[in-house]
Ligand binder design. Sequence first.
Ligand code: ZN
Length: 279
Amino acid sequence: MKIGIIGGTGIEKNFAADSLPRGIITSFSDKLVMLKEIIIKGTQVYFLSRHGEDHIVPPHEVNYRANILALKKIGVDAVIAFNAVGVLNPAIDLGWLATPDDLNTLFCYGRPETFFDGQIIKRKGKEVLMKATHVNMSSPFCPQIRDTIYKAAARLKIPTMSGGVVAVTNGPRFETAAEVKALQVMRCDYVSMTLHPEAALAREAGLHYASICFLTNYATGIKNARPDENEVYAMMEKMKAAVPDLITEIIANLPDTFDSKKCYCSYEFINELVELENS
Ligand SMILES: [Zn+2]
């Protein structure tokens, strides 16, 4: 079992020491995707900084396809994503973590959101047709990883919400009050800028994928909030102290192999492309 960890807000610095840099090239980018390999509890873990190592790339410009494919190419089976989110539900406390169980991407647009867009990918005289493919998203976050996350957090006494709907907006700006009201009408609990198309691409790639959301701030208008990026970063700084222990506890308790009957993650559509790219 190899694990990918996608972080968005500087948590990778906790693991900077003793890590081995790995650069992976994919058909979806001219640039290398940089991973940091580190052994945790005997497991190979690959850390990917979603916004680049200097936190430069905004959410709508992240090359989600290159990132997910790089993890798949290096043999990752399961991905844990960290996402800072705004809270839409005033009954939920800030400073908690959450493992959402559903996703609403209706406010997110203009991002390449599938590997299977009809293009032909060529390499070394061979080619793969990325023909239309439809994956099941009835349970977009792997319940087996979610369960492990929730129990690990409970053992460490880290307050964590299990479940909830996370919406995704395009960013990089925060939402307007009218947009927040619309998301509340749609029964969303949290709002992210980065979980789409990352979760859908992970599903297409056959990766078990779940998110750990940092509940950093109330969304615009909730309890009169006016989100401010400095406040979000300050909250992140406080919250990420618990992350190294949490990651270690999760990795120590993930199943050795995932039961394909317990989730919808085990697709093999992308294997032909991975074989071609790794040839
Ligand atoms: Zn799964």
